[in-house]
Design a protein around this ligand. Structure first.
Ligand SMILES: C[S@@+](CC[C@H](N)C(=O)[O-])C[C@H]1O[C@@H](n2cnc3c(N)ncnc32)[C@H](O)[C@@H]1O
Length: 276
C-alpha cells in the first residue's frame, strides 16, 4: 500500500489517531522510544498513568502499528525501567507479544567496564577499562542501571535482516576462511554499546536517545531508497536525523508542538551539514 500522507514530515498529532488514518501495510520500519511511565518531566505529556492504563495504551500502539506495518516490516521498541521498577520493559514486551513475534532481543549498553584480566593477554588491553555514561544510583540496594531494551518485533519472526551492515571484524582471523562470504566481518550480536552523545547546548527534552540507536536499527532491517520509517513518539526528531543520514524516508508524530519545532530546527541543521 502507498502512504496517503506527505513523507519526510513530522506531524503534531497523537500517534494512534495518525496510524488510524494510514492505509494498512504501508510502513517498512518503526523505530521508537515511548514514554516509560516513570514520571519524566515532559513539557506537555504527563508521564504518570496507572500501570494498567499505561500497558493498555502500549497495547493499542502494538495493535495499530501492526496494521500499518508491511508483512516483512520491523518494529524496534526501545524501553527502559528505573531501579525501583525494572519490570516496565518486560511488561510492555508482554503486551506487544500478544500481537507480534519477538524476533530479536537487543540490549542497548550505555556503559560497560571491562577488566584487563578478563580480556586476556592477546588483545592488547593495557589497563582496566570503563566507557560510557549512566545515572549513578545512591544507596545499597540497586546497581547503576547501564542498559535498556530494544525489542525487535516482526509479524512472524521471518523478516530477513542485513546483519553484516552492522558487522564487526572477527577476533580470531582463522574464522574468515571458515565462513562462506570470506570477509573479515561477523554479525555483531544483540548487545549494542551506544554511548550518549556529548552535546554542547541544553536540549528542551528530558529523554532523547542517541542518533546511532535508530541508525543501527534501520541499517539492520536493510536500507533501500524507498524505505519508509515511522517514529510514533518522535520527540525532538532523532529518528528523522538518522533517516536523513541514511537517505531513507521518514514520518513522525509527536503531541508537543514545541518539540516538533525543535526537531524541525535539528533537521534543517542536519541537512545543511550534509549539504542536502
Ligand atoms: C521518550 S520520548 C521520545 C524521544 C525521542 N526518541 C528523541 O530522541 O527525541 C517520548 C515522546 O512521546 C511523546 N508523546 C507522548 N504521548 C504521545 C502520543 N500519544 N502521540 C505522540 N507522541 C506522544 C512525548 O511528548 C515525548 O516527547
Amino acid at each position: 500500500m502507498v502512504v496517503n500522507t506527505p513523507l519526510n514530515k513530522l506531524y503534531v498529532e497523537d500517534c494512534i489517531a495518525f496510524m488510524r488514518r494510514l492505509p494498512h501495510s504501508c510502513i517498512d520500519v518503526i523505530v521508537t522510544s515511548p514514554p516509560y511511565n516513570i514520571g519524566k518531566d515532559y513539557s506537555e505529556y504527563e508521564d504518570n498513568k496507572t500501570r494498567e492504563q499505561y500497558l493498555d495504551w502500549m497495547e493499542q500502539v502494538a495493535v495499530e502499528s501492526k496494521r500499518v506495518l508491511r508483512p516483512a516490516g520491523s518494529f524496534f521498541l526501545n524501553v527502559g525501567g528505573k531501579p525501583s521498577d525494572l519490570a516496565i520493559p518486560y511488561d510492555v514486551e508482554n503486551r506487544f507479544r500478544k500481537h507480534y513475534c519477538l524476533q530479536n532481543d537487543i540490549v542497548w549498553v550505555k556503559s560497560i567496564a571491562i577488566t584487563k584480566e578478563d580480556v586476556g593477554k592477546g588483545n592488547g588491553l593495557k589497563k582496566d577499562f570503563s566507557v560510557g555514561h549512566y545515572k549513578p544510583i545512591q544507596g545499597k540496594r540497586f546497581l547503576n542501571n547501564c542498559h535498556e531494551s530494544i525489542f525487535h518485533f516482526t509479524k512472524e519472526c521471518k523478516t530477513e535482516l542485513d546483519k553484516l551492515s552492522l558487522g564487526v571484524p572477527y577476533q580470531d582471523k582463522t574464522n574468515i576462511a571458515r565462513w562462506s562470504n570470506k570477509k573479515d566481518k561477523r554479525d555483531r550480536g544483540d548487545l549494542w554499546f551506544i554511548p550518549y552523545e556529548t552535546i554542547k547546548e541544553r536540549r528542551p527534552h528530558p529523554a532523547v536517545f542517541p542518533k546511532k540507536l535508530p541508525l543501527m536499527c534501520i541499517k539492520l532491517h536493510g536500507v533501500r531508497e524507498d524505505l519508509i520509517v515511522y517514529d510514533p513518539f518522535m520527540g525532538i526528531g532523532t529518528t528523522a536525523l538518522a533517516c536523513i543520514d541514511l537517505g531513507v524516508n521518514y514520518l513522525g508524530t509527536e503531541i508537543d508542538k514545541n518539540y516538533v519545532a525543535f526537531a524541525n530546527e535539528r533537521i534543517r541543521e542536519e541537512k545543511a551539514q550534509l549539504k542536502l
